[in-house]
Design a protein around this ligand. Structure first.
Ligand SMILES: C[S@@+](CC[C@H](N)C(=O)[O-])C[C@H]1O[C@@H](n2cnc3c(N)ncnc32)[C@H](O)[C@@H]1O
Length: 301
């Protein structure tokens, strides 16, 4: 299993943009400084920022038509009824976080409609939206996107090379998540799709909508001093890098309104894109900031 994961992640590893490495000068560092902020007075302050606070409140202060691409990894609404144990009686590290609690489907749908409307407003005319989810939420999100006018370009299936087994043996192993890629409405034609680059990443063949990546594990997985996972749903960086490389250009501004540990921002930064991360839990935001410090320690002296 580990070998399979290593193979999948090695095959998908993308080195940092060479221009980023070459441009590592004092001017460039200033231009690209990453900051954690709680409020902003001028729209320019949201660039390369990790904003700590409620996404709905923060997005309301952002101008219309601001972002070139939006990636959303919203709460899943897992609705876990009971704690889950492995056959050897060890507890499964499930997604039972406070941020994933909704009283019923209606509550979740209201939450979804609210962020979809706000995201649509801050997207530029030709921007694209990516949403990732599991069977618990992605069908509801897809319906809401279509009801609110979005036009779906693709669904992409993330096939996990190392999924968690179905411990009780009562269902199939759940080895996939679904991504929806969409534009604001069906008249949008000139959105960014780097077709040739994607072909290069797929050995010269047209990139398909089944993507193989391991779940976030090993040294990539953020863990605190006691070895506990920092975030229960940290996404693999390689998955976000593919999204960024497929659907944005250098210098584009990318929003992630439920940023967690800022995987989207790191992928953007690594490939010379700009970003705005919003996360209400400061603990996650602080870990997000550390990830940038690890890329370029000299930024943060
Ligand atoms: C599924 S996780 C995102 C994980 C992220 N993609 C990563 O790789 O670390 C969803 C995140 O949304 C945050 N969140 C939930 N509601 C929020 C809100 N109203 N405003 C800002 N963040 C919120 C949660 O704290 C959680 O970290």
């Amino acid at each position: 299993m580990i070998n399979e994961l290593n193979r999948a992640n090695k095959a998908n590893y993308i080195p940092m943009s060479t221009s980023r490495v070459e441009k590592n000068t004092a001017t460039c560092l200033l231009e690209n400084e990453v900051k954690k902020i709680k409020a902003f007075h001028d729209q320019s302050e949201i660039v390369n920022s990790i904003m700590v606070g409620d996404s709905f409140e923060i997005m309301q202060k952002v101008d219309n038509d601001t972002f070139d691409m939006v990636f959303v990894d919203p709460p899943y609404n897992m609705q876990l009824q009971n704690e889950l144990y492995r056959p050897n009686n060890t507890k499964v590290d499930a997604v039972d976080d406070e941020w994933d609690q909704f009283s019923n489907f209606e509550h979740y749908d209201d939450f979804t409609k609210a962020w979809v409307k706000e995201v649509k407003r801050v997207m530029k005319k030709n921007a694209t939206l990516w949403v990732i989810g599991s069977y618990h939420n992605i069908f509801r999100v897809g319906t809401i996107l279509q009801d609110l006018g979005f036009w779906i370009l693709n669904d992409v299936i993330w096939v996990k090379s190392n999924p968690m087994p179905n411990f009780r043996g009562v269902r199939f192993t759940n080895a996939t998540e679904t991504l929806i890629w969409a534009v604001k409405d069906k008249n949008v034609k000139n959105y960014t799709f780097n077709y040739e680059d994607m072909k290069k990443h797929n050995n010269g063949k047209q990139m398909r909508n089944d993507w193989y990546f391991g779940i976030c594990n090993g040294i990539e997985r953020l863990r605190d001093e006691s070895g506990e996972k920092v975030h229960s749903t940290q996404k693999p960086l390689a998955l976000l890098e593919r999204i960024v490389l497929a659907s944005t250009r250098k210098g584009n501004l990318i929003l992630d309104p439920f940023a967690g540990t800022c995987t989207t921002g790191v992928a953007a930064y690594k490939h010379d894109r700009r970003f705005t991360m919003i996360e209400k839990d400061e603990h996650y935001a602080n870990w997000g900031l550390k990830r940038f410090k690890n890329i370029h320690p000299e930024f943060f002296k």
